[in-house]
Design a protein around this ligand. Sequence first.
Ligand code: XMP
Length: 315
Amino acid sequence: MFDPEKFTNDAIEKLKSDIDGKAVIACSGGVDSTVATVLVSRAIGDQLLAVHVDTGYMRKDESKIVSELLTEMGVNFRVVNASQKFFDGLKGVTEPEHKRRVIGEAFIRVFEKEAEEFGSRYLVQGTIAPDWIESGGELRDTIKSHHNVGALPEEMNLTLIEPLRDIYKDEVRKLGRYLGISIAEKQPFPGPGLAVRIIGEPTPERAEIVREACWIVEEELEAAAAAGKMELPWQYFAVLTPVQTVGVQGDIRAYGYTICVRAVQSIDGMTAAYSKVPHEVLERISRRITNTMPDKVNRIVYDITDKPPGTIEWE
Ligand code: XMP
């Protein structure tokens, strides 16, 4: 049985002995990185700088919400807007592992700069067990290169510290509740962000489309769950596919993108079952997305694949 109190005490002891001086932590604002941030902050206090990078692939209002949360938790933090760096690096990049490598590298270069300015040689990440298992750890096949921020470059000037690397999502949530973190139940969000929810080149324009669609999916499913129409899925979002199809608006031909809605039930993200979302709710999502972006999106589909054989994210 996972014991959050024991885990916290052991982790704080280990962090104190592993970190000699200052450290920076990559804090996306997701459950894993926030839990790791609070843990390290308890271990080394103001010797920690939490760095939240706005990559241009964050969800709506994410950076604002993270700033409020870190302020509330009394953590020393900085928000860095590096979206242009990420957009430039991802120009013309379509292959999922290539995307992850570009994103991982861009993150590390931002953190190296922040760490240098702060006078630290350690980078803490909220990587959890499924991240490195699926990244090909311990002789397994690489399903996708997670490592929280994406694939890490071979050459980096920082020593990596991962206090959550042996625990799973349900345990991280228990730990979050124990540490008094208000977002412990928040759904997971991948380190590489919306870039892996855009199939094909993740242009800034496509990032805007998928950001809006993810927002609508979140709002509608949360409202439906609050109204007792369904159970809130474990994870729920939109994927922008590169498929463009013919549609009609009034009596005019349209040609727009297809958005796929994804919602799954899971315990730890290692396996998942697609959520049986009521048709009425799916219909609301479909109408709202196509009405909000009529000139860009004209078709909505729902993913009914479990994991395996699919993964939760499409890339
Ligand atoms: P998949 O798509 O592999 O995802 O079934 C399992 C869970 O992990 C999340 N995910 C990531 N989390 N860095 C992360 O921190 C990543 O690179 C990454 N890729 C996927 C995914 O959202 C799901 O909850």
